[in-house]
Design a protein around this ligand. Sequence first.
Ligand SMILES: Cc1cc2nc3c(=O)[nH]c(=O)nc-3n(C[C@H](O)[C@H](O)[C@H](O)COP(=O)(O)O)c2cc1C
Ligand code: SF4
Ligand code: SF4
Length: 247
Amino acid sequence: MLFYFTGTGNSLLAAHRLASSDEKLINMADAVNSGKFSYIVPENENVGFVFPVYFYSVPDIVERLCRRLKLKNQNYVYAVITCGGSIGGSGGLLREMLSKRNIELNNVFELLMPDNAMLFYNIPNGSEVSERLVNAEKNLSGIKNKISAHEIKVIKGRAAAKIGRTAYRLFRSTKKFCVDNSCVGCGLCAKNCPDKAIEMKGGKPHWIKDACTKCTACINRCPSKAIQYGKATVKRNRYVNPILGGK
Ligand SMILES: Cc1cc2nc3c(=O)[nH]c(=O)nc-3n(C[C@H](O)[C@H](O)[C@H](O)COP(=O)(O)O)c2cc1C
Ligand code: SF4
Ligand code: SF4
């Protein structure tokens, strides 16, 4: 059983590479939005959590699932956290959240992927992104072997994640999102938002929640590059993992 959360596809790609052919993939956003928090894990099946790090911490949707999750049967439990640089103490924070639900996290793997954090700075594109994707595939096969061997590791470092989580909370406002005239009204931003924070009104997106998970799906995946976050993002690159086919 593999729980995943993604904004721009990196963690979805990792989830697909790690899942066995008959393993169930559960989208954490769908689980939270539909209020499904209880699961029966098939006998001898691993439980995986695959998601991106935000502010060296855990995305809000992942936290909302983990704080209420109930698992019947648990075997080997692992997390693969994707990042643009480092996962910091996010693994320790996840371990703490899960242990409050009587779920023991046995290992956390860091997976370096292309950075999608274009709200803060200009992210790389071109060959740097391609190189990262090639290396990520190699790292994923190593991680898959360790998961198969049920490798166990002591998971530390939640202090840095707690500081990051405070910064993340302050940053979750949707106020700075806006849309320019190049919007073609396709509605993909609203469809792709895992937090249901966008509604189409009069053929244009409107942010209907004061705060969101800040996954960057809307701004990175808009086919017209019509969404901005203040003025700074106009000239910045966008990123979408090829697994999403540019959408
Ligand atoms: C709001 C936000 C915060 C982020 N914070 C971090 C971070 O603290 N450290 C890091 O290495 N990458 C950070 N990133 C980059 C993503 O974790 C990384 O690109 C990830 O692979 C994206 O996964 P996804 O494509 O599945 O959404 C951040 C991205 C966003 C949108
Ligand atoms: S995805 Fe882009 S073009 Fe499509 S409705 Fe949203 S802002 Fe407009
Ligand atoms: S509004 Fe945009 S950044 Fe916020 S959760 Fe939705 S898609 Fe992600």
